[in-house]
Design a protein around this ligand. Structure first.
Ligand SMILES: *Cc1c(COP(=O)(O)O)cnc(C)c1O
Length: 473
């Protein structure tokens, strides 16, 4: 059999003009494969039953704080499945991929509008990888300016990926505590802002679900110090169409398309964590950049300052299609996403205020953190497990680290009032159970395919083989 694909040596196959043909080998199989012989209905039942062992946002409420587990509209899937997108070979040259390149170019324009940034790289596969790209860019930037800056300022409420990124880039982390209102402590920040600080990594709204009230001053002070400002924008779901991170003073931001822009996530991906930068940093972005000339789109590899590539080809393209579809579906109404996300979070917070301690008591953004410490040690974990019996995915627990017995709850905008009411009632009911029947909570869950796991064992010696015998009922 013969097949033909196009190859361009100058660009290692990314641009195509010269045709090369190769021979594919014929049938090499030596004997029959030992495949099970089962009927279609048994295969369907097997996989349907497997899928029912699992929990997803299509099954129930999934208020996993900081992860923005909103409903993923199915129209996104339909569009991503269109053959022109899904069957396009990554080696197809620019002239055969104009529609896909236009989609990426247009998505970049939309993200620029949403954030106020001047350019975006769509390559990183996750928020963590985008942070890595951002800090790599900061390092190259200062190396080119011949400045020795080796430290990153990060508040103690930050996601673990922030200090992990700094460490991978051989930067020392300077941790700033949180003040009594839940902001990064401004005084401590000022004291820490020495000439060797390369970058400030701030999450806004922060992981307590609170808007950083001093963000303008923080960015201004950083810039006066020659320091770059980086926004961990995983929480963009609170700000869509309301405020732009570039106008808050940030030089770079990553967005998690798999959070704010409704592309599916969980179970390891794939995701898309795009990086936006201001003009003076654009030259460092990964190659290839997509450029538009006379209504045609092309790859531009001629970027001498670029840090290189951070992903094969152009990123997780299918995720880009879904995010593009989502943003276009909302159009200029996208502000409603955040308005409803913030409304839902504040409504749920108001229902739970009397039951749980609220460590930083002010109105929240798209999520909030309460503490169950009044219900004893390990109560957050026990409550989380018991929620499974009530048909809810648990919230994030024990994060951020600065709140003991933390329950971090993010309802998202796609849930209705009835669901939020049911969830609040379940939580209240569980706290009653802790008083009246503590064992049932301490040993939960009882109604799931697998009961309470030894989590350390499960992480160290995972049993990945499914069988009915795995059930602990
Ligand atoms: C999810 C998240 C990240 C990391 O994003 P990934 O795509 O999981 O790598 C970073 N910061 C915050 C605040 C997050 O919520």
């Amino acid at each position: 059999m013969k097949t033909i694909f196009e190859y361009d040596e100058q660009t290692s196959g990314h641009l195509a003009d010269e045709q090369v043909s190769i021979e594919l080998p014929g049938d090499l199989r030596r004997g029959d494969l030992p495949l099970p012989n089962v009927s279609e209905v048994n295969v369907v039942r097997h996989y349907t039953n497997l899928s029912r062992e699992n929990f997803g946002v299509d099954v129930g409420f999934y208020p996993l704080g900081s992860c923005t587990m909103k409903y993923n509209p199915k129209v996104n899937e339909d569009v991503a499945k269109l053959e022109g997108f899904s069957s396009l070979h990554p080696h197809a040259g620019a002239k055969f991929a104009q529609g896909s390149l236009q989609l990426m170019w247009d998505l970049e324009q939309l993200l620029k509008e949403i954030t106020g940034m001047d350019a975006f790289s769509l390559q990183p596969a996750a928020g963590a990888q985008s942070e890595l790209l951002g800090v790599m860019i900061a390092k190259v930037h200062f190396a080119q300016k011949n400045q020795k800056r080796s430290k990153a300022i990060i508040p103690d409420s930050a996601h673990g990926t922030n200090p992990a990124t700094a460490a991978i880039c051989k930067m020392e982390t300077v941790v700033i505590p949180t003040d009594l209102r839940g902001n990064m402590d401004l005084q401590k920040f000022k004291e820490a802002l020495t000439p060797d600080i390369a970058i400030v990594m701030l999450t806004n709204p922060n992981t307590l679900g609170l808007y950083e009230e001093n963000v303008l001053e923080i960015c201004e002070l950083a810039h006066k110090n020659g320091t770059l400002t980086y926004c961990d924008g995983a929480n963009m779901n609170a700000m869509l169409g309301i405020t732009k991170p570039a106008e808050q003073g940030f030089d770079m931001i990553h967005l998690n398309l798999h959070k704010s822009f409704s592309t599916p996530h969980g179970g390891g991906g794939p995701g898309a964590g795009v990086l936006g930068v201001r003009k003076f940093l654009e030259g460092y972005l990964p190659i290839p950049r997509i450029v538009k000339q006379d209504a045609k789109y092309a790859f531009d590899y001629d970027r001498p300052k670029s840090v290189g590539k951070v992903h094969s080809f152009y990123g997780n393209f299918g995720m880009l299609v879904r995010a593009y579809c989502y943003i276009r579906t909302w159009g200029s109404d996208i502000r409603k996403v955040s308005e409803h996300a913030v409304l839902n979070a504040n409504y749920l917070l108001s229902l739970l205020k009397e039951t749980f301690e609220v460590p930083y008591n002010r109105s929240c953004a798209h999520e909030f953190v309460v503490s169950s410490k009044n219900f004893g040690q390990k109560s957050a974990q026990n409550i989380a497990k018991r929620l499974l019996d009530y048909g809810f995915h648990p919230p994030t627990i024990y994060f951020p680290l600065i709140v003991s017995e933390a329950l971090m709850i993010e309802p998202t905008e796609t849930e209705n009032k009835e669901t939020l009411d049911r969830f609040a009632s379940a939580l209240k009911e569980i706290t009653r159970e802790i008083e009246e029947n503590p064992q049932i909570v301490a040993n939960a869950p009882h109604a799931t395919p697998v009961g309470r796991l030894d989590e350390v064992m499960a992480a160290r010696k995972p049993n990945l083989k499914w069988s009915a015998g795995n059930r602990i009922i």
